[in-house]
Design a protein around this ligand. Structure first.
Ligand code: PMP
Length: 448
């Protein structure tokens, strides 16, 4: 998580312009964007087609207020998401609220779950369950569900009481659990917690299908999501998939959970949806959830002034048309293994590499002081931030992730290139990251 003020983070440069995978600052320095910023710019920078679509929309009207108007972009984006979900086995994910980003999307998902429970007469189901080492956003509800200690700490007394389950990570299984038992053990833990709290008190379970900003591209082991689906069904708990970071094609399927053959009740998307051309996110919910809410309350009670912002939806439509026309999700699926292999090759022989993992164009390396014991580097070394700086020195943008590993800080670096990256650029990105990691490891070795 890129939140620490730190000695290894100098004053930020000023952005000037960007094209494709390259960003330029006002001093003329050029950066290769190996992580799409925070896994956002999935078609690269300065795309003329998207810019034209936004300008054309602005020339017509910037914003039709949601209580007065719907719009062509809003309706087309709804149709595209519905279709993309249905193509991946997620038929019925067809209701949606468009918001301005990931936190708002998650917040809306949480409220849709609450409203659904209340609409069906389950008036005591107010509680959420979430997981440690997860990140769902910075608004109070989303933060309450986030297992990220450093970010929660200043607000701890004001957060909702959300039980946080063990992280689902085969590289770092819960104590005493074998890697191959992680899926079953963690699903059992969810069931135990629901029973401990009393199912009649639980509104929803929220999780990231592939953990991003709080863990470094950690896919749940095979079978976990399907077990969660069964448990949520058994106890009438709403299943919320937070796909803000791992969704919109980033993992090689349009929905990340598509890979697991699982359909959530409610799903958040944001980052890649409009690829940073406009602030945009969405809370997508299943028809059966919508129908219950509509029968009782008429409509979902969530939304903001800029909900369904017309120019933002136009940006989303333009980006998604390109992603679909150029078969970029298929490209990510095909080339994800190449990115993984290149990353491995670039880090070949580096003792500090604990784990390399991820899915599609969402790959990360976890760096450790001791590969055998998986002991992280001491927190004060801020190895992940040193890697970010060393990469920047080599003109590469990557996404560092710190955060608690077994109560201590851990160091991870994410690569999440734009989907339309070339193979030569993938080699360049991984090569520069390899150099940066080697330089940092040499710098800190002997200090761990
Ligand atoms: N959920 C996930 C999984 C995220 O990765 C993020 C952002 N990193 C958010 C929610 C919050 O999104 P935003 O920063 O756009 O509010």
């Amino acid at each position: 998580m890129q939140d620490s003020a730190t000695v290894v983070s100098p004053q930020l440069p000023k952005i000037a312009w960007g094209r494709g995978l390259y960003l330029h600052d006002t001093d003329g320095k050029v950066y290769l964007d190996g992580s799409s910023g925070p896994a956002v710019y999935c078609i690269g920078h300065g795309n003329a087609e998207v810019n034209e679509a936004i300008k054309a929309q602005l020339d017509r009207v910037a914003h039709g207020y949601r209580y007065s108007f719907t719009s062509d972009p809003l309706e087309e984006l709804t149709e595209i998401i519905t279709r993309r979900c249905a193509e991946g086995g997620g038929e019925g994910l067809e209701r949606m609220v468009f918001v301005s980003g990931g936190s708002e999307a998650v917040e809306s998902c949480l409220k849709i779950a609450l409203q659904y429970q209340s609409a069906r007469g389950a008036h005591t189901r107010h509680k959420f369950i979430a997981r440690q080492r997860s990140w769902h956003g910075n608004t109070l509800g989303a933060l309450s569900c986030s297992g990220f200690a450093a970010r929660r700490e200043p607000f701890e007394g004001s957060l909702l009481d959300v039980p946080l389950l063990s992280p689902v990570n085969s590289y770092r299984p819960p104590k005493g659990v074998a890697a191959e038992d992680v899926a079953q053990w963690c699903a059992d833990e969810l069931e135990r917690e629901i029973l401990r709290q009393g199912p009649e008190r639980i509104a929803a379970f929220i999780f990231e299908p592939v953990v991003g900003a709080a863990g470094g591209c950690v896919p749940a082991p095979p079978g976990y999501a399907a077990k969660v689906r069964e448990i949520c069904d058994r106890y009438e708990v709403v299943m919320i998939a937070d796909e803000v970071m791992c969704g919109s094609g980033r993992c090689g399927t349009w929905r990340a959970l598509q890979h697991d053959g699982v359909v959530p009740d409610v799903m958040s998307v944001a980052k890649g949806l409009a690829a940073g051309y406009m602030p945009l996110g969405a809370a997508v919910y299943h028809r059966r959830i919508g129908e219950v809410i509509e029968a009782a309350h008429g409509a979902v009670s969530t939304g903001h002034t800029f909900t369904g912002h017309t120019a933002a939806c136009a940006a989303g439509v333009a980006v998604q048309r390109i992603v679909e026309r150029e078969k970029l999700v298929e490209k990510v699926a095909a080339e994800g293994p190449l990115l993984h292999r290149l990353l491995g090759e670039a880090l070949e022989g580096v003792e500090a590499v604990g784990d390399i993992r991820g899915r599609g164009f969402f790959q990360a390396v976890e760096l450790v002081a001791d590969r055998e014991t998986k002991e992280p580097f001491p927190a004060e070394l801020q190895v992940h931030l040193r890697v970010r700086q060393a990469a920047l020195d080599r003109g590469l943008i990557c996404y560092p992730v710190g955060g608690n590993v077994d109560g201590r800080r851990g160091d991870h670096v994410i690569l999440a290139p734009p989907y339309n990256v070339t193979e030569a650029e993938l080699a360049e990105i991984t090569g520069r990251l390899g150099e940066a990691v080697r330089a940092v490891v040499a710098e800190v070795s002997g200090r761990a």
